[in-house]
Ligand binder design. Structure first.
Ligand SMILES: N[C@@H](CCC(=O)N[C@@H](CS)C(=O)NCC(=O)O)C(=O)O
Length: 264
């Protein structure tokens, strides 16, 4: 299988985690933002990554990829156990469409003004060497494009942080009866999705690529990371990464890749 990604994308991390959970051999076809359009267009796979290519099957969208992989899993490891499916789907949808959109906006807001070298050190992990070479030249244009494309402004980020906080509060409320996972005793797609969509404000060490440390995070963003990491839902997300984020050694489709991922 081949997974087309933007390596830092938390939707792509969701698909990577599911592939690792399913213990499937795959290669990651990683591209820097905007360069991914080329890879995706080549297989006519719609507008977004992640896209999973399995022979003739082309599966676009992280949720569709989880469901595609779920069919291979034993009952005990299923991400969508039948009895809980509706509840899991509704939580997953909420995390993907609300929490994930706002944590992504928050990341771009804080990182887009940072020096190109620091941003690209994280963003280009696992991408082809030619993309790593041209990225610094294109960075000023990329900055303008992404800020517009993702509607990054201080007002939108302030409103978004409210959405993130409310989502964390709802998760904490759900867990307050002592259940180990969002839907009870079993790790499901709801947990996996929450952990990934929350990851930008938690910076888990087990993420599929190396994320910046708190010390490498722009000053203005640190208080948010500290607050969300200390929140009971943040503690839960970090625990999921520690205990459930199994890693497989995966290849890359880019023989000429430099600086590929190492989560440490
Ligand atoms: N609902 C989609 C969202 C995926 C998504 O937003 N992917 C972003 C990367 S974070 C993307 O491909 N953006 C490209 C673009 O906006 O043109 C999923 O779960 O896969």
């Amino acid at each position: 299988m081949r997974l087309i990604t933007i390596p830092m994308s938390h939707y792509c991390e969701k698909a990577r985690w599911a592939l690792d959970h399913a213990d499937v051999d795959y290669v990651e076809d990683a591209h820097l933002q905007v360069f991914h359009y080329r890879a995706r267009r080549a297989i006519k796979a719609g507008d977004f990554v992640p896209v999973l290519v399995d022979g003739a099957n082309v599966v676009a969208d992280s949720t569709a990829i989880l469901k595609f992989l779920d069919a291979r899993l034993s009952e005990r490891r299923k991400l969508y156990p039948a009895a809980l499916r509706a509840e899991i789907e509704s939580l997953e949808d909420d995390f993907d469409e609300n929490l994930g959109v706002e944590t992504r906006r928050w990341v771009y807001y804080h990182w887009i003004t940072q020096p190109a070298r620091e941003v690209l050190d994280i963003a280009t992990q696992g991408t082809p060497r030619w993309q790593q070479r041209v990225a610094p030249l294109l960075f000023p244009m990329l900055r303008i494009f992404l800020r517009r494309h993702l509607q990054v402004s201080s007002d939108a980020v302030a409103q978004g942080l409210q959405v993130v906080t409310e989502s964390f509060d709802r998760v904490a409320e759900r867990l307050s009866d002592g259940r180990p996972f969002l839907c009870g005793d079993q790790f499901t797609a709801a947990d996996l999705s929450f952990a990934c969509m929350a990851a930008p404000v938690l910076l888990p060490r087990q993420y599929g690529i190396r994320l910046p440390t708190l010390e490498q995070t722009p000053l203005a963003a640190r208080a948010d990371v500290e607050r969300f990491c200390a929140h009971p839902a943040g503690q839960f997300g970090l625990r999921l990464f520690r205990e459930q984020r199994l890693r497989r050694v995966t290849g890359s489709t880019h023989a000429d890749t430099a600086g590929s991922a190492s989560a440490g």
